[in-house]
Design a protein around this ligand. Structure first.
Ligand SMILES: [Zn+2]
Length: 169
């Protein structure tokens, strides 16, 4: 038997029709794309305005133990990416992160907070973000940020001020 044939046999063996008339693929329920059923399942699992709106990775992890359909992962990712509530939460989270960084900077360096804005921008843009798999700088400019900024032992030398950091970008 050719390799291709044996793979087809294996695939067919993975699909089964249960006594309950439900098609299964490796014990996962096959969801047909009728009446928007797939989207409705995703919508229900992702949530109404009262639920917690899980991310697509978490959702896919849970879905793949129960359901199966062609392109399920992509469908979940697209649904979550389009969710208005999730986008809103993401923006609010960014603002919170920036606020926290700003507060930390003011405590650490003292002085006027607006002096630290370029430093915060630099730091935020160069932090790794799991949602996009890279730092925002990389996402925006298609390359890693290279700068002349160095971190030195306190007391030995002076840390470059936010102005120099901004100029080096
Ligand atoms: Zn959502």
């Amino acid at each position: 038997m050719e390799l291709k044939d044996s793979m087809l046999v294996k695939m067919n063996e993975s699909f089964a029709l249960g006594d309950d008339d439900i098609h299964r693929y490796q014990n996962r329920q096959c969801v047909p794309n009728v009446d928007d059923l797939q989207t409705r399942i995703i919508a229900e699992a992702h949530g109404s305005k009262y639920s917690i709106h899980p991310g697509s990775t978490k959702m896919y992890h849970e879905f793949k133990q129960i359901y199966w359909w062609d392109g399920m992962k992509r469908d979940i990712e697209e649904y979550v990416a389009k969710c208005h509530k999730c986008q809103q939460v993401k923006v609010e989270r960014t603002i919170h992160t920036l606020e926290d960084m700003l507060k930390a900077c003011v405590i650490d360096f003292r002085g006027s907070w607006d002096d630290h804005l370029p430093l915060i921008e630099f730091s935020y843009n160069n932090s790794y973000y799991s949602s996009i798999g890279m730092a925002p700088f990389e996402a925006l400019y298609g390359k890693r940020c290279r700068s002349e900024v160095g971190w030195f032992d306190v007391g030995k030398s002076y840390i470059l001020g936010p102005k120099s950091i901004h100029e080096s970008l």
